[in-house]
Write a protein that binds this ligand. Structure first.
Ligand SMILES: NC(=O)c1ccc[n+]([C@@H]2O[C@H](COP(=O)([O-])OP(=O)(O)OC[C@H]3O[C@@H](n4cnc5c(N)ncnc54)[C@H](OP(=O)(O)O)[C@@H]3O)[C@@H](O)[C@H]2O)c1
Length: 323
């Protein structure tokens, strides 16, 4: 990517999109195309087509999506499959028609089967049943990968799907009804500390293992992939397998260990209590990141440092009580 290239970051106010925007700006990219949801509803096909025809972006980061935790996925399954299918179909199709040079479609590690071997290689896609709680969301994301692959074959596009592991960082959602595990833990520990409480309640048994990637590290990986020299980029797009690449740290830990780390960073000295009536989700989810490591990218932020920065951001954004 040249610094003056027109680059559309779809979903630039979200956790992932805002990190990609920051990384592009750090790289001196001066021609970013940014539209809020209110300015451009990506579910509105004709508006999306008009936008692409008018703006002619050269690169697209597709980080707009309907995203949520177990509770939201459970309560609104129809919204999750409809919104995601519509957003990605509109953007991928319009990008193809407008002759976009490279597009990066952001998916998620929940596309992989619930009980697949660990660490999860890209080739395990569609080899077994999915986790039930977010199946509508996962199937929409799988359809997005299939669309990238099909458009590449039929229209000669160069669209790549990146599957990040669980993410966290500045811009995260701290609403307990919608949040993922880490912001929920940060919020509970920060509030318990502020209120002088002695314990926090954590969903599930605490035994599932999770991998967590700092959002700024993901953004570095996304820009790295879009900047790959042509010969390397082409190795990710062949007609034999989906154009898919995992992005993660290659390391995981239990929810219990994660909870203890969060408490240590925040300075909350009470106990963790596990509510085993609540679902655990997938027992383990660790991505095999050898493909992206072989290309030359590795995550650079330790989990402890990432949690500290996220906590500071949440306090500065008045999402959490001051310590
Ligand atoms: N967060 C994670 O742990 C995680 C992990 C792996 C992969 N990912 C992937 O990364 C991508 C982005 O996730 P995220 O965590 O950044 O989500 P997010 O924080 O909820 O951001 C999503 C963005 O998309 C926008 N958006 C949603 N519907 C839209 C529409 N119809 N038109 C225009 N904009 C729309 C939202 O704008 P409004 O808020 O204004 O609606 C928001 O800015 C998703 O594809 C997700 O699968 C996320």
């Amino acid at each position: 990517m040249e610094k003056t290239d027109r680059i559309f970051v779809a979903g630039h106010r979200g956790l992932v999109g805002s990190a990609i925007r920051r990384e592009l700006e750090r790289n001196g990219c001066s021609n970013l195309l940014l539209k809020t949801h209110a300015e451009l509803d990506l579910m509105d096909r004709s508006s999306v087509e008009r936008f692409f025809a008018r703006e002619q972006p050269r690169y697209v980061f597709l980080a707009a999506a309907k995203v949520g935790g177990i509770l939201a996925n459970n309560d609104f399954p129809a919204d999750f499959i409809r919104d995601n299918l519509e957003i990605q179909t509109n953007v991928i199709d319009a990008a193809s028609r407008a002759g976009v040079e490279r597009l990066l479609f952001l998916g998620s590690s929940c596309i992989y089967p619930k009980l697949c071997p660990q660490p999860i290689k890209e080739e395990y896609l569609l080899t077994g049943p999915l986790e039930a709680t977010n199946r509508p969301y996962s199937i929409a994301k799988i359809a997005g990968i299939e669309m990238c692959w099909s458009y590449n074959r039929q229209h000669g596009t160069r669209f790549l799907a990146a599957m990040p592991t669980n993410l966290y960082g500045p811009g995260d959602n701290f609403d307990l009804h919608k949040s993922h595990v880490l912001p929920a833990l940060i919020r509970k520990a920060a509030e318990a500390k502020a209120n002088g409480e002695r314990k926090i309640v954590v969903w599930g048994t605490g035994t599932p293992r999770r991998e967590l990637l700092y959002s700024d590290d993901l953004a570095v990986a996304c820009v790295f992939l879009m900047n790959l020299p042509e010969a390397k980029f082409r190795t990710l797009l062949n007609s034999e397998e989906p154009p898919l690449i995992n992005i993660g740290t290659g390391e995981d830990l239990t929810i219990r260990d994660l909870g203890e780390l969060v408490c240590r960073v925040i300075g909350f000295e009470g106990q963790l209590e596990f509510d085993t009536t609540k679902p655990d989700g997938t027992p383990r989810k660790l991505l095999d990141v050898s493909r992206i490591h072989a290309l030359g990218w590795r995550a650079g932020t330790s989990l402890e440092e990432g949690i500290r920065r996220t906590y500071e951001w949440a306090k500065e954004s008045f999402l959490l009580a001051p310590a």
